[in-house]
Design a protein. Structure first.
Length: 141
């Protein structure tokens, strides 16, 4: 049995150039834990002063039905309007009220978009703010 033992005068051992990262990882973990501990707990709630008591019963707002037919005819609560000036007169009356009624705009599926856009623009111009498109289920085909 024999061992291969190098003599003292031979070649020098190779220098190890890799860095030991274990202490660096330990230091980083300690710093991370210290950072997590020192961050204050954040509250995700918003403090609000809410009114006490029962609210008054809310009456449903009045509703105005505006229909646009396939040929561009505009109806206000079922009554056809002759001109755009009549529409604007009705919109001015609606906008002047303190509690504006809701305007439900129901365009026909075949109505030109320019007529619908003209009614929306007139409502905006006159100051009617509560307007909505209804009857969207007719477009779901």
């Amino acid at each position: 049995m024999g061992m291969n033992v190098s003599s003292g005068g031979g070649s020098e051992p190779e220098v190890m150039v890799d860095i030991n990262t274990t202490p660096l990882i330990d230091v980083m973990l300690v710093l991370l834990i210290m950072l997590i501990i020192t961050i204050p707990i954040q509250m995700h709630s918003v403090n609000m002063n809410l009114p006490v008591g029962n609210p008054p019963p809310a009456a449903p707002p009045p509703v105005v039905q505006v229909d646009i037919d396939f040929d561009g005819t505009i109806s206000w609560n079922g009554a056809p309007l002759a001109t755009g000036a009549d529409l604007e007169k009705h919109l001015v009356e609606v906008a002047a009220q303190a509690d504006q009624p809701e305007i439900h705009l129901l365009p026909n599926k075949l109505a030109p978009y320019k007529d619908v856009a003209a009614v929306l623009a007139a409502a905006q111009r006159e100051g009617a703010t509560k307007i909505g498109l209804i009857g969207n289920e007719q477009y779901m085909q």
